[in-house]
Write a protein that binds this ligand. Structure first.
Ligand SMILES: *Cc1c(COP(=O)(O)O)cnc(C)c1O
Length: 406
């Protein structure tokens, strides 16, 4: 019988006095919205990923919206992406009046199958929006090649991938350099680096970066920081429709502290993921996540696929009863009511793998403060669910294979 007091959450941000001090400094400075801290965070983030530009925004959803608009996605256009992702990926396409075209994921993980992208291209395809799901880099080398061949811009939904790396022309490079045309990051607390809410766009293009900066602040020709510091009266103009997608200096100050921690956080997460794999690999049909030789995940999530004889909800409830929180794996957008209408999306081929992945996968707890013993304990509890620990050749009958008594 497990202790009832134990509580292992699925995730936990790493925040302490360093972030508190950073916010204190900003509050007392009197400048709390987008200003010098945002500018400093952008420079530091650009350096970190090796990008020419980084533009901070309010979250990754707004980053995706600006990225798509920037490459010219508009009404009636199509954007190829996956359904097997967080809903924001496709919502951003719809904000542009365009149609998400969903392709399936690969057999071996939770990322897009690059093979299927090419079959989904039509004369209306305006962009490819690929996702580094759960922090695991997707096969950008193949995707970028397809984009180049058809002259279609590639945008990376790198929401989960701050600190992830890809082997590129023989060198390990951070996601966000970017390898596509634009990469979009999230700093939501469920991601590895958090600012509460927040986002970042990285690009090598001066022109794109200029547009992001214009559009995130109402399309205002002169940023308020410039007017504030000016010795002469300046009237601003509004040449284009813009948005209020700003990050605040309060958030950016937290982000700067978080960025300093990021390499250590990723190292710790890698070690924890390795521990999980040691405990769980080779066990009776549980599929553990693995990195292709050309990818290094930041392990934003550690997601296992259950053998088909186990009921996902029952496994998760059993774990919860034992004080361990888990989450269902990645959702499928096309199965949500908001995407029920024929005008909301188009399917390109079967999404069988996406649907199976949602039904079978469970995200296990992973956060930097976890101990090796915590990981061992989660693994032990998972393996103690009888048919995981000792697979039967015949499928078990009914639902009696899960212990309900504890
Ligand atoms: C979290 C997430 C988003 C949305 O990020 P926000 O910063 O919350 O807007 C988009 N795409 C993916 C894949 C995500 O995981």
């Amino acid at each position: 019988m497990s202790e009832t007091s134990r509580q292992i959450p699925v995730a936990k941000p790493v925040l302490d006095d360093r972030e508190v001090e950073a916010v204190r400094r900003v509050v007392l400075s009197g400048w709390v919205t987008q200003g010098p801290e945002v500018a400093a965070f952008e420079n530091e983030f650009a350096d970190f990923v090796g990008s020419a530009h980084a533009c901070a925004v309010s979250n990754c959803t707004t980053a995706l919206h600006l990225a798509l608009a920037c490459v010219g996605v508009g009404a009636g256009d199509e954007v190829i992406t996956v359904s097997h992702t967080f809903i924001a990926t496709a919502n951003a396409i719809r904000y542009c009046g365009a149609l998400p075209v969903f392709v399936d994921i690969e057999a071996s993980g939770y990322n897009v199958d690059p093979e299927l992208i090419e079959t989904a291209i039509t004369p209306r395809t305006k962009a490819i929006l690929c996702v580094h799901q759960l922090g695991m880099p997707c096969d950008l080398r193949r995707i970028v090649k397809i984009g180049k061949r058809y002259s279609i811009p590639v945008i990376e939904d790198a929401a989960c991938a701050a600190g992830s790396e890809i082997l590129w022309e023989g060198q390990w490079q951070r996601i966000g350099k970017p390898h596509g045309d634009i990469a979009c990051f999230s700093f939501h607390p469920r991601k590895v680096l958090t600012t509460g809410d927040g986002g970042m766009l990285t690009t090598a293009s001066d022109e794109y970066d200029r547009k992001f900066r214009l559009w995130r602040q109402h399309g205002m020709s002169v940023p308020d920081t410039v007017r504030h510091g000016a010795k002469q009266v300046i009237y601003e103009a509004y040449p284009e429709l813009g948005y209020n997608y700003r990050m605040t200096d309060l958030q950016a100050a937290i982000g700067r502290e978080q960025l300093k921690r990021l390499p250590a956080l990723v190292d710790r997460r890698r070690a924890l993921a390795e521990k999980y794999s040691e405990h769980l690999s080779g066990t009776s049909g549980l599929r553990t996540p693995s990195e292709p030789h050309w990818a290094r995940s930041n392990w934003q999530s550690y997601c296992v696929a259950l053998p088909s004889r186990l009921d996902q909800r029952e496994v998760m409830q059993t774990m919860l009863d034992r004080g361990i929180s888990t989450r269902r794996g990645v959702m499928n957008i096309h199965l949500e009511e908001a995407y029920a209408g024929a005008d909301t999306h188009r399917l390109s081929g079967s999404l069988g793998r996406s649907v199976a992945a949602q039904e079978r996968s469970v995200i296990l707890p992973l956060y930097a403060q976890m101990t090796d013993d915590d990981v061992a304990l989660v693994a032990e509890e998972l393996l103690s669910i009888p048919t995981i620990a000792a697979p039967t050749t015949a499928p078990p009958s009914g639902a009696s294979y899960l212990p309900h008594s504890g």
